[in-house]
Design a binder for this molecule. Structure first.
Ligand code: MLT
Ligand code: ZN
Length: 460
């Protein structure tokens, strides 16, 4: 270890696991965006809160940026280390610390995978309801830093709703113990909520207390083929009125094309412009009858032309795979990703305007729409035509994002619904946040992180 700054770190924290191995630098210096070349100074693997504090204090002294690193499944470049930063991997801080059945609070270290949290909750007869496809790799600390959403927001809300308490190491190395699992705490600013969604720019989450809830009754999954965009929201309104929904997702024929090419099973003989995957409580015969009458109504009205309903867990998983496999099926095409939101009622008009703009200006692009339409959250992925030069493609995609920004502005939407701003959407932050808001955000950052070392260059 030739860098004197690292020798100093090793002297200060002799037990700290530290690596400058090129493979580790490469692995921990990037997230799923794959757009930046990783170039961190070193990777640290703290095993305790004290070690995290020590790293942050050392980084302040030597003026090195700190990049917190969870499962790195993010899609906005929030966990990229490309400028000689020290990466703080939370991989070793992955234990369950406590469970209190009266409070129904599970206290964990930040490096635990979301799926492990689901399993621990299930073993205790309870549910941690935030869920999405990256559940096996993403970590709870990253979920909190990005206020992760996912497929069950329609019923349970975002990560924010489930955080009962947080321990956080600020940009000065101070340890904060925020809210301590209290249900009621009317004692001024709730700093916990400032940390949630701050993308690692204020501090590092080192412990989290998670609220658990009762599991829902048995559910069913329905796949619907929808012939027209206008019908999507009609189906949604009826579904929400008649069923107890836990998910209402959609994708287009282009998304189905890619997911089938990636090994999923074709659901219907014919292809259709849109598909809805919805999950709802099916506790008894009454609930099942309600689902059937919802389906019949949609068919009779012509909003839906075909459908499939799960009658086993395996069938439900196969239907979910059509939606959850989309990201993986697109990854080899290196898509240019957009993750936007509008009010639910504005979805049809927004989609129609955007599709018109895209087919007029970029008819050669394969544009794949999918996402959490029941939350007004749409993922718009643009795939590179094989014969198009990469630099030209990126330039054109940035223009697509400008078109999106204008259209979103007219509909009062957001350029990032759940993936965060990170590096990818930073140029467009001012399209959704006012000057006054951004000035306040900068002021808050300066108080928490006066030397600007926490996840530098991200978000602001
Ligand atoms: C999803 O909903 O599948 C995720 O947000 C991932 C993605 O947008 O690719
Ligand atoms: Zn999503």
């Amino acid at each position: 270890m030739t860098d004197p700054r690292l020798s100093e770190l090793a002297r200060l924290l002799p037990e700290l696991k530290l690596s400058t191995d090129p493979g580790d630098l490469e692995h921990h210096g990037r997230d799923w965006t794959r757009r930046w070349t990783p170039a961190p100074l070193a990777i640290t693997y703290p095993a305790s809160i004290e070690e995290v504090q020590g790293i942050v204090r050392w980084a302040n002294g030597v003026g090195v940026g700190v990049v917190p690193s969870g499962g790195r499944t993010g899609l906005s470049g929030g966990a990229v280390a490309a400028h000689g930063e020290i990466v703080v991997s939370l991989d070793r801080m992955n234990r369950v610390l406590d469970f209190d059945p009266i409070d129904r609070i599970l206290t964990v270290q930040p490096g635990i995978a979301l799926e492990a949290v689901h399993n621990v909750a299930r073993e205790r007869g309870l549910l941690y309801p935030v869920d999405f496809a990256a559940r096996g790799s993403c970590q709870i600390g990253g979920n909190i830093a990005t206020n992760a959403g996912g497929i069950r927001v329609i019923r349970y809300g975002n990560t924010r709703q489930w955080i009962a308490g947080l321990k956080v190491v600020t940009g000065t190395g101070e340890l904060l113990d925020l809210n301590r699992g209290l249900v009621k705490n009317a004692s001024g600013y709730d700093l916990r909520h400032l940390v949630i969604g701050s993308e690692g720019t204020l501090g590092i989450v080192v412990e989290a207390s998670l609220n658990l809830t009762s599991p829902p009754p048995p559910s069913q999954v329905m796949l619907l083929a929808v012939p027209a965009m206008d019908s999507l929201m009609r189906v949604f309104a009826e579904a929400r009125h008649r069923l107890t929904l836990s998910a209402f997702e959609f994708f287009t024929d282009r998304a189905l094309h890619h997911v089938l090419a990636h090994g999923a099973q074709r659901p219907f003989e014919e292809t259709h412009p849109f598909y809805v995957v919805t999950e709802f409580d099916a506790a008894d015969e009454k609930a099942e009858a309600a689902a059937l009458s919802f389906f019949e109504l949609c068919l009779n009205e012509g909003w839906v032309v075909d459908g499939a309903i799960s009658s086993s867990e395996a069938q439900a998983a196969a239907l979910w795979r059509l939606r959850e496999g989309i990201t993986e099926s697109l990854a080899p095409h290196k898509p240019y990703k957009n993750d936007v939101s509008v009010r639910i009622s504005a979805v049809p008009a927004f989609m129609a305007e955007m599709q018109e703009l895209l087919s007029a200006e970029y008819p050669h692009f394969d544009v794949v729409w999918f996402g959490h339409i029941g939350d007004g959250n749409l993922h718009i992925n643009v795939l590179k035509p094989a014969d198009l030069d990469n630099a030209v493609f990126v330039e054109q995609c940035e223009h697509v994002t400008s078109l999106l920004v204008d259209t979103l502005h007219r509909h009062g939407g957001s350029i990032s619904a759940e993936h965060g701003i990170g590096l990818v959407k930073k140029p467009w932050l001012s399209s959704v946040r006012s000057e006054a808001e951004i000035a306040l955000m900068r002021g808050i950052k300066a108080v928490w992180d006066p030397n600007g070392i926490m996840n530098p260059g991200k978000l602001l």
